[in-house]
Design a protein around this ligand. Structure first.
Ligand code: PLP
Length: 260
């Protein structure tokens, strides 16, 4: 019998350099054995040195891509990444609200190089419209501070940060502690169940696309039927391997590697 793979949709930005965004999402999905599909929300001109420019798509182009995919092929999980503007955040939130499939929201706002990927005026729509649609939201510590005002100075502050994000309505939050000094730990929390994920640190600066890869790996494992804690654990394993293999490309920060 023909096996039909689980289908996962990314709604995000294109990275012309192939390291992050939609390109990282599709590579992750391929590596994890699901069928990857994409709604392009924005196009970046980007390489290992940073984001040289970006252009968002019209809201109707985003909605039309979504309808084409969902109405015919169907989705078992969705991941959102770079959504650029308040209009696109609201459009995507409106499309996701009635969807029954799990949604992983990567609330990306700034690249590793410090280039903006989301207009400041869009933060309110992220908080009040997008986060309530999320099965899991995956902020790093900068995004936690931007969204909630909570400053995480050490692991002792992570629980308060998670509670502040949960107040906006996602089912689970994964607070990524990777930017803390010393041992890095991520906290997955749903208001009652607390899971800590600790991983080895690798001395590798080629980590472009890490956040996109983690969120799309979580979505892929949810589509494969895992519950949220197991999907996050499996996604962490995947991204840890991808970081370990990250390689130099161009003159700046190279991408994580999906090809093993
Ligand atoms: N470019 C796009 C289109 C993205 O979606 C993202 C992250 O979500 C980035 C760049 C940032 O990647 P990084 O911060 O890993 O360099």
């Amino acid at each position: 019998m023909v096996q039909i793979p689980a289908r996962v949709l990314t709604i995000a930005g294109s990275d012309s350099g192939g390291g992050a965004g939609i390109q990282a999402d599709l590579k992750t999905m391929l590596a994890l054995g699901v069928h990857g599909m994409s709604v392009v929300a924005a196009v970046t001109a980007q390489n290992s040195l940073g984001v040289q420019g970006y252009w968002e798509l019209p809201a109707e182009a985003v909605a039309a891509q979504f309808r084409s995919v969902v109405d015919d092929i169907g989705v078992q999980a969705v991941k959102t990444g770079m959504l650029a503007s308040p209009v696109l955040v609201e459009t995507v939130a409106g499309l996701l609200a009635p969807l029954r499939a799990p949604v992983v929201v990567d609330p990306v706002s700034v690249s590793k190089h410090g280039d903006p990927l989301l207009a400041e005026e869009a933060l309110d729509a992220v908080r009040t419209k997008l986060l309530p649609t999320a099965t899991v939201v995956t902020p790093n510590l900068f995004e936690v501070r931007q969204l909630t005002g909570v400053e995480v100075r050490g692991p002792q502050d992570m629980r308060a940060a998670a509670e502040a994000v949960l107040a906006y309505g996602p089912s689970w939050v994964l607070v990524k502690g990777g930017h803390l000094e010393g041992e890095a730990a991520d906290l997955l929390f749903d208001g009652t169940r607390e899971h800590w994920f600790r991983s080895e640190r690798y001395d590798n600066r080629h980590t472009h696309g890490t956040g996109c890869t983690l969120a799309s790996a979580i979505a892929s494992h949810l589509a494969l039927g895992r519950d949220v804690p197991r999907a996050v654990a499996a996604a962490k394993d995947y991204v840890t391997g991808a970081i370990r293999q990250g390689f130099p490309l161009g003159a700046g920060i190279g991408p994580v590697d999906h090809g093993w």
